[in-house]
Every structure is written in C-alpha cells, then in structure tokens.
Design a protein around this ligand. Structure first.
Ligand SMILES: [Zn+2]
Length: 414
C-alpha cells in the first residue's frame, strides 16, 4: 500500500459518497472533484495552455497511444518531457493507450456507448487494426503508416515514463459492450496480470514522482466489478480509475460506477478515483455524488468544434446545435449570463453559426472555450457545494437547469 494518499480529502457530503479535496502531484495541486480536458495530441485543440489554466482547469490528459505513434515518446523526452514540449507546467495525466488499442480490435461499440466517435483511431475500419491480442500485449497496424507496432504493459509504462506525466494509468484491456460475461471475466483477469507487470516495471524504472492509477474493469457484471475493484485496491496503486464498458445507457452506467465506488469506500476510502471517458453534464453531477474525484472526456471540446454549445437546458441534454438553420438570424448570445469571451462580448448565435459553417477557426475556438468554461463552472459549483455541505441543493438546482456559476450562490444555502 502507498504510505500516504496523494489525495487530501477536505470534506464529504453526508447524503452521498461525494467528497472534495486536493490531489497533490509533482506539478502542483488539482482541486477535486475535477474535470480533465483532453490534450490528446499534446494540445487542447485550438487553445493556448494559459487559456486552459485561466478557465480554471488544473490538469489535462495526454494520449499515450497517439503520442507513441506520433511524434514518439523519444522525441518528446528530448524536449524535456511532455510538460515542456507543450508548454503546460501544471499536472498532466496520461492514459495507458489501452482504450485506443482495443478500440481498433473490438470495433466501435465501446466508442458508441461512450460517445467517442471522433479521431482517426476511432474509425478502425478505415485506419489501423489489431493483428493479435496476446498475453505479452497487442500487435497492431499503425493508422498513420500501416507499420506493425506493439504495445504491452511495459511499453505503455515506458512511454508514459518518457513523457513524464504526473499521473500514469496502467495498461488494461478495455472490454467493449458486446462481449459476453465469460470473455469479460477472462479479460479482467488478464488486466489484473497486466496491472502487476505495470507496477513491476514502474517500480524498477518509472519516475519516482509519477503517480500510478490501476484500472477497474469487469464490464456490466456486478461480481466482476466488485472483484476487480478489490483486486486493484489491494495493489500498490496511488489511485483507481474506472474503465471499460459501463453499460448501454445512463442508468446502467451509474449503477456500474456505484458498485465500484461502494467497494472503494470500503477498501480504499482515501485514494483518488478517476472515471474514464465520461463527461456529460448529468453524468458529472451523478459521478460526483457517487464519489468520483476526476473525469476526462472529449465531449465539451469535440462538441465545440462541431458547432454544439453547452446550455443550462436539461430537457435538451444541456446542448444546443448552433449549426441548425433556425439560428441563422438569431441575435442573442449562446446564453445570457455566461462569462465566456463569446457570450460576454455579446456575439450572437447567428454569427457563431456562420463561423462554424464557414469552418473558421475562430468559431471552433470560441465554442471550445464556451463549453470548457461551462464545465469548469459546473465542477467548481459541485466542489464548493461539497465543501459547504450543500451538495443536494446545488445538484438539484443544476439538474433543474440552473446555470453553472449561479447554482452554488443561489438556493443551495437553504
Ligand atoms: Zn459562453
């Protein structure tokens, strides 16, 4: 067991498993619960590092699989590591590459379930493909040049060591939704064997100041999830991530996450927990209540690049598609009271629609910033509410359509 948790929990919500705290890393603190924007290819697409920090984010996520293929971890190490390479001196988490590698082999069902459908690695039929899944690791064809590549537990940890992220994730098999229970059980056992190899490699060669999170698998099967959570928590991991297929719909996903955090409350209460690839507004609220400390997701940035803005409208799944024709002459901002640069400047939905249709970079940038600002304020509200002991009221207000930033201040005190 690690001698001390990297997470200092400052408050717990008495009505749920929610907690608020500070995660301590080599590049500084992360206020939790936290959302982690994706810097998949060593940039939050379209934004400067200072802009990401100014929005209120403490940590970003770099993608081990993509950076391994291009430009390669050796090149980035030559620049002094990922922080210096991309000009971000705050915490960085790197995923293990497992999700991307296995997405190629398992098809796109997991992508569909998680809403991950963009990027070249997410269209395996057109690009890379898995050649063999073996105990040693996975052989696959690169989507870039068709060359044969290999990634296993040791490769993944070595790449993450070269990138020198603050927080590394172990290499796991990301089981998709459509496989049966037997496959999921065998796959989860292999993930546990790979956990051991990742920790062995990291113990012998990894950076001393790099935290390592294990990953709980087990699909949608309660006994497998419980066993996996217990197994991972019993290992010398600094934190625990929840991955794999979380179900076909939101209620099932919340149930699967709930099984896992119930175990973690029992056997690893103080260690940090990360929920992989989840970031819808309602899922963030529920995830916090279920005791998740951090989330990463392509949703806010990817939606922004495609002309979709986040709005405090639960009946519309908190989204408005500004590319729709009805906004052609719309003179109002995305929503009143939003402090993001686009809304604060009074830029109209009609103008933003035009920019997106014209494929102007400014449109993608403005909507990315608007969406990240929305999620940043949402997480700040939830964190403040846990600290103030008012999470039920704040979560209720947000679910009812309160704008983030207003929810914490308003009826929560009651
Ligand atoms: Zn805005």
């Amino acid at each position: 067991m690690p001698p001390m948790s990297a997470l200092r929990i400052e408050a717990r919500d008495p009505a749920s498993r929610a907690r608020a705290g500070v995660l301590h890393t080599a590049h500084g603190p992360v206020r939790t619960p936290a959302f982690v924007p994706l810097a998949t290819k060593a940039t939050v697409k379209g934004l400067l590092p200072a802009e990401v920090a100014e929005l209120g984010f403490d940590i970003v996520l770099g993608n081990t699989f993509h950076l391994f293929l291009d430009p390669g971890e050796e090149l980035i190490a030559g620049f002094g590591g990922l922080h210096r390479f991309m000009g971000w001196d705050r915490p960085i988490v790197t995923d293990s590459g497992g999700f991307q590698v296995f997405s190629m082999g398992h098809g796109t069902v997991a992508d569909e379930v998680k809403g991950r459908t963009s990027g070249p690695a997410h269209h395996p039929e057109r690009t890379g493909r898995v050649l063999a899944i073996e105990e040693a690791g996975v052989r696959f064809r690169s989507y870039l040049d068709g060359s044969e590549r290999f990634m296993g537990p040791e490769t993944s940890m070595a790449v993450q060591a070269a990138l020198h992220s603050d927080l590394a994730l172990v290499f796991d098999e990301c089981t998709p939704f459509h496989v049966d229970r037997d496959y999921t059980a065998r796959s989860t056992e292999r993930t546990h064997r790979w956990l051991r190899r990742c920790l062995d490699w990291h113990g012998a060669h990894g950076p001393r100041d790099q935290l390592v999170y294990g990953i709980v698998q087990g699909g949608v099967h309660e006994d497998l999830r419980v066993a996996s959570a217990e197994h991972v928590a019993a290992a010398a991991v600094d934190g625990i991530a929840i991955g794999g297929s979380l179900g076909a719909d939101k209620p099932q996903m919340h149930e699967v996450v709930g099984w896992t955090t119930a175990v973690l409350d029992r056997v690893a209460l103080d260690r940090p927990r990360h929920l992989l690839g989840i970031g819808d507004v309602d899922d963030l609220i529920r995830g916090v209540e279920l005791g998740i400390d951090s989330f990463d997701c392509a949703m806010p940035t990817r939606l922004g690049r495609h002309g979709v803005a986040l709005v405090p409208e639960p009946e519309r799944r908190w989204r408005v598609d500004l590319t729709a024709g009805r906004f052609k002459h719309a003179d109002e901002p995305i929503f009143d009271g939003c402090p993001c640069p686009a809304c604060a400047a009074g830029l109209s939905r009609g103008y933003l629609r035009y920019l997106v249709h014209a494929r102007e970079l400014t449109g993608m940038r403005l909507l990315t910033i608007h969406n990240l600002a929305f999620v940043a304020r949402l997480m700040a509200d939830l964190r403040a509410a846990v600290l103030a002991g008012t999470l039920p009221a704040t979560a209720g207000a947000l679910r009812a359509g309160a704008a983030p930033g207003a929810a914490a201040a308003a009826p929560a005190a009651a």
